[in-house]
Design a protein around this ligand. Structure first.
Ligand SMILES: [Zn+2]
Length: 102
């Protein structure tokens, strides 16, 4: 999934923050994950949908930030996002916002 070593060294902006690590590893403040850990009664987000990382980042109506950027992210796969500094930063910031909700 990740670029090779040479490409990785050129990606100076790629200094994984907590939010990105959480998104990629599924070990973040997502209702689905918290439910699996016994920390929530339901895997559903307050919006009524199963709160998976992808659902929370791309579709949850409770995350009101970066609406325009989110619509762009929907057309990308994870490799595209990791290779694009702009999209990478949007995804990182979205995860920060999600952390504040749950
Ligand atoms: Zn939601």
């Amino acid at each position: 999934m990740f670029p090779n070593k040479e490409e990785r060294l050129q990606m100076e902006y790629t200094n994984p923050e907590k939010g990105m690590v959480q998104f990629l590893s599924d070990h973040g403040p997502y209702p689905e994950k918290l439910h699996r850990l016994g920390l929530r009664n339901s895997p559903e987000c307050e919006c009524g949908v199963i709160g998976s990382p992808k659902q929370m980042v791309l579709y949850c109506p409770l995350v009101e930030h970066f609406k325009e950027e989110r619509s762009i992210l929907k057309t990308c796969n994870v490799v595209d996002i990791v290779r694009n500094p702009e999209q990478y930063n949007v995804l990182e910031q979205l995860n920060v916002e999600i952390s504040k909700i749950h």
